[in-house]
Write a protein that binds this ligand. Structure first.
Ligand code: H2U
Ligand code: ZN
Length: 350
């Protein structure tokens, strides 16, 4: 079965969740790096910023005023990409000009009233409130007959296009199942039909035995670098118990999700001692009323940084035109993240 040394030679790895391949070139990560590894001085932010559209009591675009909230706060996105009152309809000319109307609801979720915090700097009790808000929103949005998929996500850092450092995330919910979750619907179903177990349950079991790509764990969740990671420090959080969505998590599991979200993002911040940018989000079963026993709740983290606080990986050229490629292997990335302290660099006495 194993007759090839994946530590030393170029190879392709398959992502079983998407069915897609990536190219890994481990020999290239040994080439000398000429660039500088500069430290970035991060300016301390105030706990309240009068200019911030997410801070309590401040005015947002369009004149709405945020309440004087403490903890979490949710509102409908003032520039929603999807609207709930879009009329039904479609276009189809010769199968080459196809379009369909799309309905949805978009929300913005403030994680804390404190402008100056981020997930890795928040207490687990505070992050638990974010998890509870995800659950409440998932339940409410999912109860709409026209909402069939709910994407909960967080864009962190301006290099990920995040418009505001105030700790926040978003939810975009839609009638159709978006491209990435749709791939996972297909692959997980095929696997479940064949094996009678979830794809990620079996994958996690093997990863726990191999111990090559594990990062942090608690009683209910495991964070690891997936074998098929594309971004240099891409990771996943997988629930130990196969659940279709966050509403199936019990009280203890909700806290455990908050705990591992914090622990993983502390590792990230400690990597280059900078507030580490990423796009992260939960993948869950569709909310179209069907049962999806094959679906296994997980969270993806896609960070762009590669070598320092400023050197990011570009997905260009070959990646755009052919296949995503990486030099540093998933195992090397896991080792580096694993070796980092569990205490946030800002909280350590230097
Ligand atoms: P980021 O998470 O990528 O920063 O996006 C923030 C969202 O906040 C963005 O989708 C919304 C934008 O439409 N927004 C408001 O809803 N109200 C505002 O006053 C400004 C930004
Ligand atoms: Zn703010």
């Amino acid at each position: 079965m194993n007759n090839f040394n994946i530590e030393d030679f170029p190879h392709r790895r398959m992502n079983p969740l998407t069915g897609e391949w990536i190219l890994v070139s481990p020999h290239r990560s040994r080439r000398p790096w000429q660039g500088q590894v500069e430290k970035v001085i991060e300016e301390a932010r105030p706990a309240y910023d009068p200019e911030c559209y997410l801070c309590p009591g401040n005015e947002r675009a369009g004149g709405k005023v945020n309440p004087d909230y403490k903890g979490t706060f949710v509102f409908t996105n003032d520039f929603s990409a999807l609207l709930s009152d879009t009329p039904e309809g479609w276009v189809n000319e010769s199968g080459l000009f196809k379009a369909e109307s799309e309905k949805g609801i978009c929300k913005v979720l403030c994680f804390s009233e404190n402008h100056n915090l981020t997930i890795p700097e928040m207490e687990v009790t505070e992050i638990r409130k974010v998890v509870d808000l995800w659950c409440d929103e998932f339940k409410e949005l999912g109860s709409n007959v026209f909402i069939n998929y709910i994407q909960i996500f967080e864009n962190k850092g301006s290099i990920m296009g995040c418009s505001n450092p105030h700790p926040h995330g978003q939810i975009w919910s839609s009638s159709s199942i978006p491209v990435e979750p749709a791939k996972e619907c297909k692959t997980q179903k095929e696997y479940f039909d064949k094996h009678g177990t979830t794809l990620l349950g079996d994958y996690l079991k093997s990863e726990l035995e191999k111990e090559e790509r594990l990062l942090v764990q608690n009683d209910h969740f495991v964070a690891l670098v997936p074998f098929w990671a594309t971004w240099p420090f891409e990771t996943m959080i997988i629930s130990r118990r196969p659940v279709q969505n966050i509403l199936e998590l019990n009280n203890e599991e909700r806290t455990a999700l908050a705990d591992i979200y914090q622990k993983l993002t502390i590792k990230y911040d400690n990597l280059f001692e900078v507030s580490f940018a990423y796009s992260a989000g939960l993948h869950q079963a569709p909310t179209d009323g069907n049962n999806y026993p094959e679906w296994h709740l997980h969270m993806h983290f896609y960070p762009p940084l590669l070598r320092s606080a400023t050197v990011k990986k570009f997905m260009v050229g070959y990646e755009m035109l052919a296949t995503p490629q990486r030099d540093i292997t998933a195992e090397q990335a896991a080792k580096r993240l694993c070796e980092l302290p569990d205490i946030h660099y800002k909280k350590r006495n230097s």
